[in-house]
Design a binder for this molecule. Structure first.
Ligand code: AHM
Ligand code: MG
Length: 283
């Protein structure tokens, strides 16, 4: 696992360099979800692919930017599912973006996620690594090296509300939930990049990020393998929660297809109890 984490550190430094120097325009291709790809998406994906080609414990790669599975090493143990540059459309306005990695052993299910990581490219490069042992670990890069800052432990209640999706398409009960949080003193913190938005909740101790099913996207927008499950793993390891609209743990999901999406909620205990009550969840 250490080799994979070291590779992610190298990738982070390289992608950060691309963000700072690459042309921010569109490429002439689109990804599996039908979204136009930026040159930065394509370049970041290439960086990840090249980096893992030399890591023999990695059996295969699955990228948000590509269809299918890229087999690497037949004797490898892990499959790395990744979003090389999440929130890339925010790069041209100079907001923070990120990379997300889920490391799976065996079938690609939430249960088989054994480690995950994300990188935030903001004013500084930050990295969070999580395994099944202990709390997630937070690092910050300086001169190309990552220094350990602290372990991440969520409180029971926060004051951040990060509501994703277009309000016009929210269900009535979801709108009531979001409004209730604001009435309870929660502050809006939503940049449109799930990596910095979730990073903020993790580091400030709590709150809730929601990306519900909406009338235009009943199954949500965020992809299970590359985005939702890696963050679900990190939230649970930090003492938080990650569930879908039925109150089912996101880590219990079994994606039918690599690019499947799901409604998702990440947060701390207090907000999740309220969410379940308002969504009339039974668990
Ligand atoms: P992307 O993988 O195409 O960048 O999309 C994922 C991003 C997330 O970072 C973010 O939470 C979400 O899309 C924002 O969506 P919206 O613009 O609907 O708020
Ligand atoms: Mg993404």
């Amino acid at each position: 696992m250490l080799t994979i984490f070291d590779t992610i550190k190298d990738i982070a430094i390289k992608i950060d360099h691309e963000i700072k120097t690459e042309d921010l325009g569109y490429s002439d291709s689109s990804n599996t979800s039908g979204e136009e790809q930026l040159k930065l998406d394509v370049k970041s994906d290439y960086i990840v692919e090249q980096a893992f080609k030399d890591v023999s414990i990695v059996k295969a790669l699955v990228s948000e930017e590509k269809d299918g599975v890229l087999e690497l090493h037949a004797d490898g143990k892990y499959t790395v599912c990744y979003d090389p540059l999440d929130g890339s459309s925010l790069a041209d306005v100079n907001l923070s973006v990120g990379s997300i990695f889920g490391i799976y052993e065996g079938e690609l299910t939430g249960e088989n996620l054994v480690a995950s990581a994300y990188v935030v490219y903001g004013p500084r490069i930050e990295l969070v690594l999580a395994t099944k042992e202990g709390r997630p670990k937070h690092y910050r890069a300086q001169d190309g090296l990552f220094n350990f800052i602290s372990e991440i432990t969520l409180k029971d209640k926060g004051n951040i509300n990060a509501p994703g999706g277009t309000q016009q398409h929210w269900a009535e009960y979801h709108k009531r939930y979001v409004d209730a949080l604001f009435k309870d003193g929660y502050r809006l913190r939503y940049s449109g990049g799930m990596v910095p938005d979730l990073h903020q909740i993790l580091l400030k101790g709590g709150g809730i990020f929601s990306y519900p099913g909406t009338t235009d996207r009943p199954k949500g927008k965020l992809r299970q393998l590359f985005e939702v499950l890696p963050f679900a793993f990190i939230f649970e390891q930090a003492g938080g929660h990650a569930i879908n609209e039925q109150g089912i743990r996101l880590l219990d999901l079994v994606p039918a297809h690599p690019h499947d999406t799901t409604p998702c909620f990440f947060g701390t205990t207090y907000e999740m109890v309220a969410l379940k009550a308002l969504y009339r969840m039974k668990i």
